[in-house]
Write a protein that binds this ligand. Structure first.
Ligand SMILES: [Zn+2]
Length: 241
């Protein structure tokens, strides 16, 4: 068994090992490589740099990112779990199609049924510490003029986090799980790439979090309803027929 040949590899590169080497070697890889590939590809899919419903091959991604195929394969599995790519027999990976009009309307219909109620319950039940965490998350989401693809993807992730915290704090596990399973934010934010969306949503989030912090259940419910209606209006024109 050899170990020396691994020492000169590119820091971002995985070791290509033979079967014989694999048998007795502890798992070794630079930490964070898969995550880095995942974050890169995810940001490209979210910002439509890689268009919807488009074939992505492991080989071409590996070549473009300058890494071996292994971390790309792992990153694509993670993206598949999030619903951003699908794996099709004989074809390989494709980016998920964009939401159609009916799916878009269904998502907002279920959100408007569940999330305002969850916000009311969160205002009544959230602990002071959970509220403080929510306020810290809100502060991190403040627009900073950065209009890059990765900042857009980060906002989508944080928005998802904020809504999930409220749903969980509402105390109904089924509501929280139903919302989480739909990967709502990934699909909605993928309808278009516009940095304005983050700043528009920020004021609405601030009002919502303020109502929760004031333990104002009715106010939180109404703030969530208004936020969802505005969000619907922001994205509606981008949903396909
Ligand atoms: Zn939101």
């Amino acid at each position: 068994m050899t170990t020396s040949k691994n020492q000169t590899r590119h820091p971002l590169e995985l070791v290509t090992q033979t079967q014989a080497e694999l048998s007795d070697r502890p798992i070794q890889r630079p930490t964070g490589l898969v995550e880095e590939v995942y974050a890169r590809v995810r940001a490209e899919i979210m910002s439509l740099a890689i268009p919807p419903d488009t074939r992505v091959t492991i080989e071409s991604l590996a070549r473009r990112l300058g890494v071996s195929q292994t971390p790309v394969r792992e990153a694509l599995s993670m993206l598949e779990a999030k619903g951003l790519v699908t794996k099709q027999q004989f074809i390989g990976y494709c980016t998920a199609p964009i939401l159609n009009r009916a799916q878009f309307e269904e998502i907002y219909e279920i959100r408007l049924l569940l999330e305002p109620y969850a916000a009311r319950r969160a205002a009544e039940k959230m602990s002071d510490e959970q509220i403080a965490e929510l306020q810290r998350l809100l502060a991190r989401m403040a627009p900073d003029g950065d209009a890059t693809r990765s900042s857009y993807d980060r906002f989508a992730e944080q928005d998802s986090d904020l809504h999930e915290r409220i749903a969980i704090a509402g105390g109904n596990r089924l509501i929280a799980e139903s919302l989480a399973r739909m990967h709502i934010h990934l699909h909605i934010f993928r309808l278009c790439f516009k940095s304005r969306i983050a700043s528009d949503a920020h004021d609405e989030h601030a009002g919502l979090v303020a109502a929760i912090a004031a333990r104002d259940g009715a106010g939180a419910e109404e703030a969530m309803r208004a936020h969802l209606r505005n969000s619907h209006a922001r994205f509606s024109q981008f949903a396909q027929p």
